[in-house]
Ligand binder design. Sequence first.
Ligand code: 1CP
Length: 338
Amino acid sequence: MTKPLLTVLEGAEVKCPPVWLMRQAGRYLPEYREVRSRAGGFLDLCYSPALAAEVTLQPITRFGFDAAIIFSDILVVPHALGQGVRFEEGHGPVLDAIRDRQGLSGLSREGVTERLAPVYEAISTVASRLPSATALIGFCGAPWTLASYMIEGGSSRDFLEVKRWAYGDPDAFAQLIDLLTDACAEHLGRQIDAGAEVVQIFDSWAGVLSSREFERWCVAPMQAIVARLGDSHPGVPVIGFPRGAGLGYEAYGLRTGVTAVGLDTTVPLPWAVEAVDAIVQGNLDPALLVVGGAPLRAEISRIRQVVGDKPFIFNLGHGVVPQTPPENVALLVEWLRQ
Ligand code: 1CP
């Protein structure tokens, strides 16, 4: 059985673009909230193979997406490197912030993939249960985005601490980026060994950098990860998501070697399909999935018209938000496939 997502990532034509959504498993689904309440903490859910597999499959069962993305989080990598990471209810992630080169000594590459073994176990469980046309996506956070959480200690408004370090002590910052580049390449490789057929790398905070820093801390590490995977796991497609990169999407498509790029909502789609040297994915505004109805339907038609018969993966410009009515997601899939 062919899988439409893999067909498109080979650059071949399909009748209807494959569809999956970032954060397709999550709080907007009542069945997710039910499992989440049984799991204890959010990280307990990430590290419980049976429960993580169950929530990964929930949106596949409900909506019939063309791909499942393994339920996990980008912050399991800093956690496995030895950093304190907690998820506080209604507050998001909280990390024991690393502020300088001394902080690096608390991180260790040894044993990272052993600590992440539950993720690989969840992947092999999902792989054995997926419908035959559904692809399985593994993922990780990009080094810059992970470094920003590790140094800011959580979400940030101005990214001042991570920039203070990147500008003020670039050699030590490069050591952190290199450590993360290694850990990410290894984590993705192990996900592929366990059954992931595609990997996506989330650089959610790529958009806060100047263009030179973007080149150094986003493009270069991404290029290194793609090259490493090309050696260790040749032929496995890589999707990069440099959210907010703006005109930087062009350099990113040209130089990282990714198979596909995820476009955030702000990128003009007609520009991207011409200018970006990679297959494109995205960039429906997640708010339209909350609104639903005619505005959602019109935007789906517009996107399909703009991409025409070019290889394209239907997705949002960022994750599904918790306020999204699940019925609108069902309609999106139905309208798209009509
Ligand atoms: O209690 C809960 O259920 C918390 C909500 C939640 C969920 C559902 C978090 C906390 N993480 C996740 C799962 C998750 N995170 C997935 C699962 C697979 C899927 O897409 O269905 C994925 C791919 C992620 C990736 C992730 N985590 C990113 C990159 C994508 C993005 O949203 O930009 C980032 C930045 C994170 C960090 C994170 N984890 C959770 C939250 C609330 C955040 C963001 C905090 C912030 O805004 O800075």
